[in-house]
Ligand binder design. Structure first.
Ligand code: FAD
Ligand code: NAD
Length: 459
């Protein structure tokens, strides 16, 4: 792609960091013929996270919820470049990025670095799982954020089941191996505990009835309720339902430390020990290394430890003229770390970049052809200054045994539902949200496969 437009003005470069909800939404809606667009992400695919909790036990296959970045790029106009790399330094003053990639040789892994100039930078690097620095969590727990996490959980669950079936029924080690503990009663923890329990009650029960009877799924939450973003009646319904499904719900239980076999928690002021065989940790988000570095570099403006501070136009405080930040890496009152927010922010930025291009062209014409475009310029500037407005459409969560809870927002009205009908609604919404027709077809196929043939129990 030429570096200038036919009228001689310079084509600017936008570098987009990340291939998650925010960055891919931007890439899909940006007019890529107006800029040189470079996407940088260590993950060469988009991951449809809302269905990630369904993957460890293979209700849905991992490949069904990923879409290669290059397949998305191919559908864009102009030329988009992709680097499979991690941005590890940003020189905001000189508008330069340092990228690092690992090259795999037969014998060794070599780190290579690349410097990249940008005119505009979009930071959509997501977040990492938080441990609140609770001792032993990082070393012993499994998180659920990436495909590799899903694989690790699956291996551990299946391995423990096989090892337990090898041990005598009265061996205490057998019960420990079969204690599956999920910490965090947010939607990630609830959806995964529900999927795990479905696997035990719908599939394992047929193959290994003795083992399935002894499996215990425990969900640990520090607050008095799980799923605190939902309306009270839906929370009550879910809590009663999970208990009926034999999930051991431990509320007001704050985990304080973890060792390789035991979770130690404070429950109503008393210390309790919960032995576990598999521990899944889902207590929310923390900033990534790069986000922390940027906060440190811009200490005066970046005063929150929770994420990159942005203004109402998604410009990063301290670098407003050239850096935008979207999604889970940011912190802004009223904007929650959800796919819904990141997706809408990506769409808003695509519109902002179109306006910025039109503004540049307008200024260029005024300077080179001496035309008076003041009216047009003011109109564009007013449009550009319009803030991002998030429209909350609702929240959904799967709660197991073909039940879901749904809270919808339509205008000023709220609608809620729960049970089997809500489950079908949940399925329809997530199918419609899948990124491509291929993903939609694969997810629908996986749901049918699980319904008729059950989940795969082999590694
Ligand atoms: P992400 O989607 O996490 O993407 C971040 C990207 O940045 C990744 O591609 C990563 O590889 C890349 N990256 C990281 N570091 C660097 C770096 N240094 N340089 C370059 N690239 C980098 N939200 C909902 O609204 N509904 C749901 O049902 C829902 N379900 C969820 C289920 C699970 C299990 C999880 C974990 C989250 C769920 N969420 C849901 C939350 C949602 O996934 C996040 O809010 C959303 O992914 C945020 O999008 P993002 O673009 O900010 O980050
Ligand atoms: P979360 O922040 O929503 O919930 C974490 C939970 O862990 C909280 O309820 C918290 O009280 C609890 N907790 C924290 N420390 C604890 C401790 N030491 N012991 C016991 N409990 C502890 O986290 P999440 O579920 O990982 O979700 C992250 C983000 O992704 C949220 O914004 C969420 O809305 C979004 N998400 C949405 C969906 C959905 O809409 N269906 C699904 C998954 C994630």
């Amino acid at each position: 792609q030429s570096t200038t437009f036919p009228n001689g003005s310079k084509r600017k470069t936008i570098v987009i960091l990340g291939s998650g909800w925010g960055s891919i939404s931007l890439l899909k809606t940006l007019d890529t013929s107006l800029y040189n667009v470079v996407v940088v992400s260590p993950r060469n695919y988009f991951l449809f996270t809302p269905l990630l909790p369904s993957t460890p036990m293979r209700t849905i296959e991992l490949k069904s919820i990923t879409e290669p970045v290059r397949a998305i790029m191919r559908q864009r106009k102009g030329e988009v470049t992709y680097y499979e790399a991690t941005a590890n330094d940003i020189d905001i003053k000189n508008k330069k990025l340092t990228l690092q990639t690992t090259c795999h040789d037969d014998n060794e892994n070599m780190q290579r670095e690349l410097q990249l100039d940008y005119d505009y930078l979009v930071v959509g690097i997501g977040a990492q799982s938080t441990t609140f620095n609770i001792p032993g969590v990082y070393e012993n727990a499994n998180f659920l954020k990436e495909i590799s996490d899903s694989e690790k959980i699956r291996l551990k669950v299946l391995k423990n089941i096989e090892t337990a079936s090898f041990l005598k029924k009265d061996d205490p080690e057998r019960q420990r191996l079969l204690n599956f503990v999920v910490v965090g009663g947010g939607p990630t923890g609830v959806e995964f505990a529900a999927e795990l329990n479905d696997y035990v009650s719908q599939d394992l029960k047929k193959w290994l009835p003795d083992i399935s009877k002894d499996i215990k799924v425990t969900l640990v939450e520090a607050l008095p309720n799980i799923l605190n973003m939902f309306e009270k009646s839906l929370i009550d319904y879910t809590q009663t339902f999970l208990q009926k499904e034999n999930i051991d719900l431990k509320l007001k239980t704050m985990v304080q430390s973890v060792d390789e076999n035991i979770v130690t928690a404070k429950m109503d002021g008393k210390e309790v020990e919960i032995p576990y065989g598999v521990l899944v940790w889902a207590t929310g988000n923390a900033p990534t290394q790069l986000a922390k570095k940027m906060m440190n570099d811009l200490k005066e403006e970046q005063t929150s430890p929770r994420g990159l501070l942005i203004n109402d136009r998604l410009q990063m405080l301290g670098a407003e003229d050239s850096v935008f930040a979207i999604g889970d890496c940011t912190f802004h009152p009223g904007l929650f770390p959800t796919a819904q927010v990141a997706h809408q922010e990506g769409g808003y930025l695509a519109e902002q970049f179109k306006l910025l291009h039109q503004l540049d062209q307008c200024k260029w014409e005024m300077n080179t052809a001496n035309t008076d475009n003041t009216k047009e310029l003011n109109k564009l500037e007013n449009k550009l200054n319009e803030p991002f407005k998030y429209i909350h459409r609702g929240t959904l969560s799967y709660i197991g045994a073909e039940r879901a809870i749904v809270e919808l927002t339509i205008g000023d009205n709220k609608f809620k539902m729960h049970g089997p009908f809500a489950f079908w609604f949940w399925k329809t919404v997530y199918l419609s949200m899948c990124l491509s027709f291929k993903n939609r077809a694969l997810v629908a196929f996986d749901w049918c496969k699980t319904y008729f043939f059950g989940r795969d129990s082999s590694v």
